[in-house]
Design a binder for this molecule. Structure first.
Ligand SMILES: Nc1nc2c(c(=O)[nH]1)N(C=O)[C@@H](CNc1ccc(C(=O)N[C@@H](CCC(=O)O)C(=O)O)cc1)CN2
Ligand SMILES: Nc1ncnc2c1ncn2[C@@H]1O[C@H](COP(=O)(O)OP(=O)(O)OP(=O)(O)O)[C@@H](O)[C@H]1O
Length: 229
């Protein structure tokens, strides 16, 4: 296949994404390994505080979010609590601020279902080391349409709004249902804000990034930025 054919068929951005994903995942794991649990906790608290301040300024009352795990930004380090419940930072902080929170449940078809967050004790072990709401409480894939803002996981984000995810396409499917006026906010570490990351036609650009040190950064093209708050 020629390079032009490869590009037209989508193979080039797909391959570029795959190698960047490996590099970013390694970099994240290395960085995480070099920090103590206390340092991770401090960074997570700063990230969550920035996120909350910006939600408050924007008058946001409901969000679709997620529970950071492993080396993801916002994770609360340490084993599960004595009760067996996971350590929860971000969803509790949102709920305590009076914000309604939906959490995702990964479906076998790699789409995302959504359920209200009702506290750490109500979470159950999901696939891939994730903690998820009880599937009995799930509202369906369309529940994400009603929130004021979506908090999105990412391995890296470009200043042009391009986002690199884990590669399952879960968020691509979910974000395809979200209206164009809804802010899409990726949580990343400071060194994960790049000029751009490879994209494919199905990728929805994010509108903002929040990092532990800088806080909120509006991303996207100049024209996309002119049309929003
Ligand atoms: N905290 C958190 N929750 C989330 C996501 C996320 O990225 N972070 N998701 C975002 O989509 C959804 C779950 N999506 C996932 C998609 C793929 C893999 C997966 O393939 N995991 C591999 C390891 C490689 C990796 O970490 O990516 C595995 O477990 O073998 C895991 C979760 C919904 N909930
Ligand atoms: N709206 C969609 N409907 C159906 N399939 C989709 C959709 N969006 C993406 N996909 C599929 O998901 C695959 C993975 O997409 P991609 O590499 O962009 O994932 P990602 O953005 O890194 O992951 P995520 O969205 O889970 O964070 C794509 O190859 C594509 O076939």
């Amino acid at each position: 296949m020629s390079a032009t054919d490869a590009y037209a068929s989508g193979d080039l951005p797909r391959a570029a994404k795959a190698s960047l994903r490996v590099a970013r995942r390694d970099a994240r794991a290395r960085r995480f390994g070099a920090l103590s649990p206390a340092e991770v906790a401090v960074e997570s608290r700063r990230l969550v505080a920035h996120l909350l301040a910006g939600l408050n300024e924007r008058g946001v009352w409901s969000v679709a979010a997620y529970l950071p795990v492993g080396s993801e930004p916002g994770v609360v380090p340490g084993p599960p609590m004595l009760s067996g419940a996971p350590r929860v930072g971000l969803p509790d902080a949102l709920r305590e601020a009076g914000i309604g929170v939906l959490l995702p449940l990964m479906r076998p078809d790699r789409d995302l279902d959504w359920a209200p967050y009702e506290g750490p004790e109500a979470l159950v072990r999901g696939p891939h080391d994730l903690w998820e709401p009880d599937p009995e409480t799930a509202l369906g894939v369309d529940a994400v349409r009603v929130v004021d803002l979506v908090v999105v996981p990412a391995l890296a984000v470009g200043r042009d709004g391009s986002r690199l995810g884990r590669g399952a396409g879960c968020y691509d499917r979910a974000l395809a249902r979200v209206g164009p006026q809804i802010p899409l906010v990726a949580l990343v570490y400071d060194d994960e804000v790049l000029d751009s990351v490879p994209i494919e036609p199905h990728d929805r650009p994010v509108t903002h990034v929040v990092t532990p040190s800088v806080g909120w950064i509006a991303v996207g093209t100049d024209s996309s930025r002119r049309h929003r708050l």
